[in-house]
Design a protein around this ligand. Structure first.
Ligand code: HEC
Length: 202
């Protein structure tokens, strides 16, 4: 009981409840642990450091994504590869999977000759990529997309193109249509910059 008395209202001086006391001591202990962990021994990352680590992680992930995208090839974006590694890999894939039907020299047996100008399903890297990916199952050419990655299909398709015109001994007679590689013949014109002298003369 405290000794002041206001109009008969007295104040009790109770002991603090144990849970409060222990909670209070705990915060003190926590403060020292915190201080030691982050500022004395520096065993934990501070905010700035944590931020930098997170940024670095995000950058690594972005890089990994980019690398994956680079490996991703589709029939629309595909281009023929010409590095020795890619063509070597393509040759290996061909020898393992395709020789039985297209011949070791690509002259054809069950499948058509892949070295001539004539293509049943269209020539050029895009068509070849599409045929290998999706197959022509009704004609006995299976789809390879479950067994080869798009990158591998790109490699083997590029390898096939290098054999164009090699005219192997015992090659099969041409089948399909003669294929002429499309080239952009029209000059690219810039529709925005108009020659002003023409306008004046009109
Ligand atoms: C089981 C036999 C068989 C195997 C194995 C095979 N092909 Fe074929 N392939 C064919 C047949 C048959 C055709 C003709 C399809 C048609 O008539 O449209 C063909 C067509 C093609 C064509 C299109 C030719 C054209 O004139 O349009 C390409 C390119 C091709 N194959 C590549 C490959 C590649 C690459 C492999 C290996 C990954 C492979 N083939 C494995 C049987 C096979």
């Amino acid at each position: 009981m405290l000794d002041h008395n206001y109009d008969g209202i007295r104040e009790l001086d109770n002991n603090l409840p144990p849970w409060w006391i222990w909670g209070f001591y705990l915060t003190i202990v926590f403060a020292f642990v915190y201080l030691a962990h982050y500022h004395l021994f520096r065993t934990g990352p501070l905010q700035t450091e944590e931020y930098n680590i997170a940024m670095q992680e995000a950058a690594d992930q972005a890089k990994a994504r980019e690398l994956k995208m680079k490996d991703f090839v589709s029939a629309e974006t595909i281009t023929a590869l010409n590095t020795p590694e890619a063509l070597g890999a393509g040759k290996g894939i061909f020898e393992k999977n395709c020789v039985a039907c297209h011949g070791a020299e690509l002259g054809g047996s069950v499948g058509p000759n892949l070295t001539d100008d004539f293509w049943i399903n269209g020539g050029g890297i895009k068509n070849i990529f599409k045929v290998i990916t999706d197959g022509v199952s009704a004609k006995g050419m299976i789809s390879w997309k479950s067994q080869l990655t798009p990158k591998q299909i790109q490699q083997v398709a590029s390898f096939i193109l290098t054999k164009h015109g090699s005219n192997p001994v015992g090659g099969k007679e041409p089948q399909g249509e003669k294929y002429v590689e499309e080239t952009i013949s029209a000059p690219l014109t810039d529709s925005i910059s108009v020659d002003s002298t023409i306008i004046v003369n009109q």
